[in-house]
Design a protein around this ligand. Structure first.
Ligand SMILES: [Zn+2]
Length: 171
């Protein structure tokens, strides 16, 4: 809670300004976490009333989050991207070395260069994402899954919505 919560008139809006994951920093709209919801199924019927399909509506609720928590939540992807960059550089250095100092023909060397660079990038992406995933979060920062406990999500659940299993991993 920040100091604004001392004023009763702003207490309801504070819920939307404080970060839901750390309660230390102010949430920013650009950092909010969308929680995907689905529900309110609707039958699609033909003219005779036979059910053709069930259509599920989808919507999302924005859970207030500060840039720091967003950055922590996105760590796996970010480290993975660093891994891709390192993999590319390693492949480039190895490939250039092979082309200029190896005894392979140029095309063979180029083929190997491409193959190893792509492999490098994939492996280091996985490694980066794994490291980002296992590293402990900074003290006081709750995980992304905590988003579903926000009252705005609770209100939607009361209205019959359910939290979707397909959350956007990019967020
Ligand atoms: Zn936060």
């Amino acid at each position: 809670m920040n100091s604004q919560s001392l004023s009763p008139s702003s207490s309801s809006s504070d819920l939307h300004h404080d970060c839901w994951f750390c309660d230390h920093f102010s949430a920013q709209p650009s950092a909010s976490l969308p929680v995907m919801l689905e529900g309110h199924s609707q039958d699609i019927r033909d003219l005779l009333g036979n059910r053709l399909a069930i259509k599920y509506q989808r919507t999302s609720v924005s859970v207030p989050r500060c840039p720091r928590c967003k950055s922590v939540h996105e760590r796996g992807r970010r480290y993975g991207e660093v891994g891709i960059g390192i993999g590319f550089l390693l492949g480039l250095v190895g490939g250039i070395g092979r082309i200029f100092y190896g005894d392979l023909s140029l095309w063979k060397a180029l083929g190997l260069f491409l193959l190893f660079t792509i492999l490098d990038m994939l492996i280091l992406y996985g490694l980066g994402a794994f490291v980002g995933w296992i590293l402990p979060r900074p003290k006081g920062v709750l995980g992304r899954r905590h988003g579903v406990t926000h009252p705005a999500v609770g209100e939607m659940k009361i209205q019959g919505w359910v939290v979707s299993n397909n959350q956007d991993p990019e967020q």
